[in-house]
Structures are given as structure tokens and as C-alpha cells.
Design a protein around this ligand. Sequence first.
Ligand code: NIG
Ligand code: FE
Length: 422
Amino acid sequence: MKADKILKNFNQIFCPIDNGIPLRGEQMNDAIIIENGYIAIKDGKILAVDKGGPNEDLISENTEVIDYSGKIATPGLIDCHTHLVYGGSREHEFAQKLNGVAYLDILAQGGGILSTVKATRQASFEELYDKSASLLDKMLIHGVTTVEAKSGYGLNWETEEKQLQVVKKLNEKHTIDLVSTFMGAHAIPEEYRGRSDEFIDLIITEMLPKIKEENLAEFCDIFCEKGVFTAEESFKLLSAAKKLGFKLRIHADEIASIGGVDVAAQLGAVSAEHLMMITNEGIRKLSEAHVIGNLLPATTFSLMEDTYAPAKKMIENGMAITLTTDSNPGSCPTANLQFIMQLGCFMQKLTPIQVFNAVTINAAYSVCKADTIGSFDSGKIADIAIFDAPNIDFPLYFFATNLVTEVYKRGNLVISERQYNV
Ligand code: NIG
Ligand code: FE
């Protein structure tokens, strides 16, 4: 078969190994790194990836051949945990943070997530759409081609639905593909203060069925945290969501370890998020239950905490992990997944291969899309990030600088020489 496009002369091509399940434990140390290779694309999909000059059988007079000497290629990066859609911003809380006021104390005073809830309720659909599209543009320029996006700044039907409709429209219109998660249980709204059980019931009886009916989300998530939702409430909500056919995630062990990990293991969640405070016992449970650990080291950085999720220990104990931004206006205002990858090395001591596996194939499993993205197996969608780097170690060592120069989405060049080409 002839290729439409051949991208050739890469110094290295990072090829994750897709075994049909997430890479766990020691498997995260493995990948195929092709030296001096090419990628052939046909109809927006991967046709072939190999070393050396392109096979003549792949080339016709219509094949476009592009030289990427001096650069490396990886599958398009996947940001599998974001709070993408929100109104306003929270730089006004930055001074409080710098003065040592704790994240949960800001929330308890009606700020934090609740201040973003106010701004998101007030924002129009169009305002939210434009703001989120602009954030996605920034992610794309950093090499990200798929993003998971959560609701959770509405905490009432009207605004949760508005957020999810924004995600749906962005998925149709924006270059980046989106995976939608309903997170109505992100905080206890002011009007339900002291009545979290009633709020959980409202979500179960009124919101979840409508979201299912309108097909507005694939996953359901909850913030299981001290002063927010208990493990019992999390179990109740996620069990109901599971019965309705939602896949599950849970924010667990972020600030305090209160049982969210057990809920994830018991209910067979696809992933548990954050896990900064996870215990050895918790790691064992997630490992046995095959729950993916979605780790968000820039949240630790942005919260100015010292404790990073014990990523290495998780891998040593057989877990599959991903790295992801948590992009949100409070605990992690960023669009740069590369910085998170660098923190994975600098602060969690992961290796470059583990990091690239975390943001490609494992992240693809975390959004349940590994049949189409996350590796260069032929037939998968040709989502490709190209870095101005001589080898795959370089983008992790040379930090806080965007090294992505080109991005292909479904075989189309959407970022060219660091500029939007769409
Ligand atoms: O994942 N932990 C809960 N939710 C977000 C923070 C959202 C916010 O502060 O606006 C997180 O860190
Ligand atoms: Fe989060």
C-alpha cells in the first residue's frame, strides 16, 4: 500500500508497546526506540514505522515526504485528567497560598473550587466554550492531541450540563479529541452545606440518569477528601454510576488518606487520581485491582507541598501509572504536559521511558481509547508529537521549555514550526 505522507529521518521514534492492557510494573521500563526512522501515514492512520530510509513500496508520486532530521517523534501526548471548562481564574488566592493558607481552608471559607463555581455559573456557554478552546490550543502547541475533561464547577444541573455540552461541542469542533467525565461531586455547593448526603442523592436520582440519557459523559468521578466527600458517599455515588454504565474514576488520597483507594479497588475504577498520600497497603490494593494511578505532580508543586505521589514505589509494586496535568484554575493552572513529565523525572525519579509510556499508551488506557491511540501500531490514528530534540531523554532534561515543534492530528499537520496550522 502507498503512503499519503512519510515523515522521515527522525533521530529517534519512541514506540510504546501495546500489549492490549496498560503497562504495569516493570513493563513500564520497556519501549521500542527506533534510531534514524520514518513514519508512514495513510488515510490519517499509521501505515508503518521503521528504521532506515522509507521502503520504496510505500512511495508513489503522490506521497508527500517530509524530512525531520535532528528531531524525535512520539505518539501524540494524552492528558488524561483535566478540569478544562471553567469561568474566571484564581490568581487572587495566590497571595493567600503564598502566606501559607491551606487549600482546604480556602475551600472551607467559600473560596477555592466554590469561587470557580460562582464564576462558571455566571459564564455563558459561549464564554466557556471560547475560554476552553483557547486552553486546548495551548495544550495542542505542547504536543497534546487527546484530553480528558471533567465537569464539576456547576454543582447544579444547569451548569454541570452547560460544562458537559461545552466539552461535547469542543470534541466536535476542536482539533484535540476529548473524553468527557461527569464530576458533579467535586465540592459541596453552598446551598447544600452540611447536607452532603442530600446532595449525593440529588446527583444519583436527578443528574446521573439525565447525563446518561443525553450521553454527555463516559466517566463519573468524585472528590473523596477530608471535608469534601467521605469514602461512604463516594462508594454510594460511584456504585450508582456504575449501575448506569459509567466508567469510574476517583480523586483519592490527595491531601488526606480517607478510603478513596478502597472504593476504587472495590468498584473496579479505571483510575484513581492524585494519590499523594497513598499508603503501602493502598498501593497493594490498587495494584491487585488493576486500577491505573493517574499522577499529577504539578498539583503538588502548585499547592507548594512537599509530598509527591510515590510513583517509583507504585511501579515496583506492579501498578500502571500515568502522568497528567490536572489543569484547573486552583490547584494546577497550566497547559503544559511537558512540565508535568519533567516533574515526573525531577521529583518522582521516573525514567524518560517510564514517563513517555505514562503519557502515551498508559494514558490511552486511562481514557479507554487504546484501541485507536497511544502507540504507533499500524491502523492506529496518526497523532504524532515531534520534538526539537536529539533523543528521548532530552525533552525531560531540558526543562520548562516547549520543545514540540510539529504536531500531527489524524495525519494532518496542525502545528508547524511551533505555529498553528489549522
Ligand atoms: O484535582 N482536587 C480536586 N479538584 C481539583 C482542584 C480543582 C480546583 O481547585 O479548582 C484537583 O486538584
Ligand atoms: Fe483533579
